[in-house]
Structures are given as structure tokens and as C-alpha cells.
Design a protein around this ligand. Structure first.
Ligand code: ADP
Length: 313
């Protein structure tokens, strides 16, 4: 099983490392403009292999992506001093305009997993370029809020004294400031959150919820302030999504993918709980959101739609 990674900066390389540690795939092909750095990454990664699972990391060019089941796209340019977010977005859009067709030219059956930020917008663009190339719509998805949902379950689990694997909490919408923590749908081992807290006599008032919300929403800012960028969390999320695709897991993940309509907003790309399997996106879960949560998701979907429109101008 061959997995490609296009863009092997911190995020791409860490995703490769996470895959190696878990033995996901048998060959990982790294493609990046910066050959010297990529060769160094491949050497370093291959030296981890004898301690983990059988895997081969190679450095290649687009033709070497032939036969990949999944290609992770983590290529991007970084913000220049004084550059606006929108200008940066425009430059990254240009990168995708050349990179996506090149990947599909050599690996037409691959599912593309987009990790470049802003991931919702970049996934929307990737889907557009992939569609123009004749790729099926299900073959393009982005990391969305997988990491945010993990942060949510982790923080809530710590408060509740329950392992995060037994806490189901979704963060939906934009992977960023306008994301929405769906408190109303949280369950602990299938039990609604309030019932669980009552039975276990755990206090979970508005102040505690606000604190968790803040920590989930602002996590990236805090990490960037402390160490410059984030990559372990998203690297592990990428590895989990790749695993779901190559093993046709059919699991529910809050990835992002283009949607005809979400919370009353048409033709946008935000994260929702999706069923993910061998051909990428299978279906979106029908959430019955009410009131404030619905309104917030609608607003978040609108934020992304406007960012996309900004590029198209
Ligand atoms: P991050 O922290 O998101 O991984 P980096 O700047 O470390 O950000 O990595 C982005 C990577 O994308 C760099 O290694 C860069 O060389 C690569 N890249 C940028 N443009 C292209 C492109 N057109 N094709 C392939 N790789 C690219």
C-alpha cells in the first residue's frame, strides 16, 4: 500500500512519522519542491523504521505517485511579513492549481487528503481542480476539525475523568475561529453528557464549558506562540484518516468536504461528522441541530463561503 505526501514541511513529515510508528501503508513517497530537505527527511524517517514496522520512505516526483491509494497534500507557502490572509490564500490557491492536476495525472485513482491551511478553503479548491480533472467528488477531503474534535474529547475527558476514546464530542464548521463545539450532542459511552454528569455528580457549569471552548478554539494560537507551529496533533490526525481510507474503515470523522448545503448555506466546505472509507467520503451524518448551534454553524459555513468568494474575485 503506497501513500504519497506532497509538501513535506513540518506537517507532511510529521504525518509520515506518525504513519511509520503505526505501520500505516508499506511505502511513503515524499514529494516537495525542496529536494535537499526532503531527502534529509526521508533518511531521518527511514532510520526510525528498524524500530517500528516495515515501511519504506522514498523521495520522488509526481510520476512516482503512480498507484498511491491516498495522497496527502500539505504543500503551502508561508505568510510573508505584512501579507494579508487573503493574499496568502491567493498564493496557496496558485500552488494547488498546479499541484492537484499533477497528482491526478499520475495517480488518477488516489484519494486526496488536504492538510494545508486554511484547510476548508484549500479543500474546496482542491475539489474544484480535481473535478475539472474528472476525479470523483468522494475522492477529495480535508483534515477539517478532526484535531479540534480530538482536543474537545481530550479536555472534556480530563474534566470527567474518562478516557477520551469514550467521550464523543464533535467540533464542526471552520477549522479556526468560527468553529462550533456541539455540546448538545456529546455522549460519554453513549450516555448524554448531562445525564452522565448528574449520575457521577460532576460539576459542568457554563464557566467550565466556556473554559473548554476557549482552550479548544485557541489551542493553535497557544501552541504557535510557544513553539512556532503545530504538527504533532495534525500529523496524528492525518495518519488516522489515511488509515481509515486504506483499510476501508467506515468510521465517523469530522473531516471537511464540499457540501451542496450545510445549515442553510449553499456550496461551501466545512467540517461535519462524515463517514469515511476506502473511496474517501461516503456520507455526511444527518445532525439535528437547533437554535444557537445551528446559527453558529450557519455563520461558520458563511465565513468559508466568503473566503472562497474572495479568491474567485
Ligand atoms: P507546515 O508547517 O504547514 O508543514 P512548511 O512551510 O513547513 O509548513 O511546509 C510546507 C512545504 O510545502 C514546504 O516544504 C514547501 O517546500 C512545500 N511546498 C510549497 N510549494 C510547493 C509546491 N508547489 N509543490 C510542492 N511542495 C511545495
Amino acid at each position: 500500500l503506497k501513500v504519497g505526501i506532497v509538501g513535506t514541511g513540518m506537517v507532511g513529515a510529521t504525518a509520515a512519522y506518525a504513519m511509520i510508528l503505526q505501520g500505516i501503508g508499506r511505502e511513503i513517497v515524499l514529494v516537495d519542491l525542496n529536494k535537499k530537505r526532503t531527502e534529509a527527511e526521508a533518511d531521518d524517517l527511514n532510520h526510525a523504521v528498524p524500530f517500528t514496522k516495515p515501511e519504506l520512505v522514498t523521495v520522488g516526483d509526481y510520476p512516482d505517485l503512480d498507484g498511491c491509494k491516498v495522497v496527502v497534500v500539505a504543500a503551502g507557502v508561508s505568510q510573508k511579513p505584512g501579507e494579508t490572509r487573503q493574499a496568502l490564500l491567493g498564493r496557496n490557491a496558485k500552488v494547488f492549481e498546479t499541484v492537484i492536476p499533477k497528482i491526478l495525472q499520475h495517480s488518477p485513482k488516489a484519494t486526496l487528503l488536504v492538510a494545508t491551511n486554511p484547510v476548508d478553503v484549500m479543500t474546496h479548491l482542491a475539489a474544484r481542480f480535481a473535478a475539472a480533472h474528472g476525479a470523483p467528488a468522494s475522492h477529495v477531503l480535508g483534515t477539517g476539525t478532526c484535531l479540534d474534535s480530538a482536543r474537545f474529547s481530550h479536555l472534556l475527558g480530563r474534566h470527567l475523568g474518562v478516557d477520551s476514546s469514550s467521550v464523543h464530542g464533535y467540533v464542526v464548521g471552520e477549522h479556526g475561529d468560527s468553529e462550533v463545539l456541539l455540546w448538545s450532542l456529546v455522549t460519554v459511552g453513549g450516555v448524554p453528557l448531562d445525564d452522565y454528569c448528574q449520575a457521577r455528580q460532576i460539576l459542568l457549569d457554563d464557566a467550565i464549558k466556556r473554559d473548554i471552548d476557549f482552550k479548544v478554539r485557541r489551542a493553535a494560537y497557544r501552541i504557535i506562540e510557544g513553539k512556532g507551529s503545530t504538527y504533532y496533533g495534525v500529523g496524528a490526525a492525518i495518519a488516522a484518516i489515511v488509515h481509515a481510507i486504506i483499510h476501508n474503515e467506515k468510521c465517523v470523522l469530522t473531516i471537511c468536504a464540499p457540501m451542496a448545503t450545510v445549515a442553510g448555506v449553499q456550496n461551501t466546505t466545512v467540517a461535519m461528522p462524515f463517514l469515511v472509507g476506502g473511496d474517501g467520503v461516503i456520507a455526511v451524518l444527518p445532525l439535528s441541530l437547533q437554535g444557537e448551534e445551528y446559527a453558529q454553524l450557519s455563520k461558520s459555513a458563511e465565513v468559508i463561503k466568503e473566503a472562497i468568494a474572495g479568491i474567485d474575485e
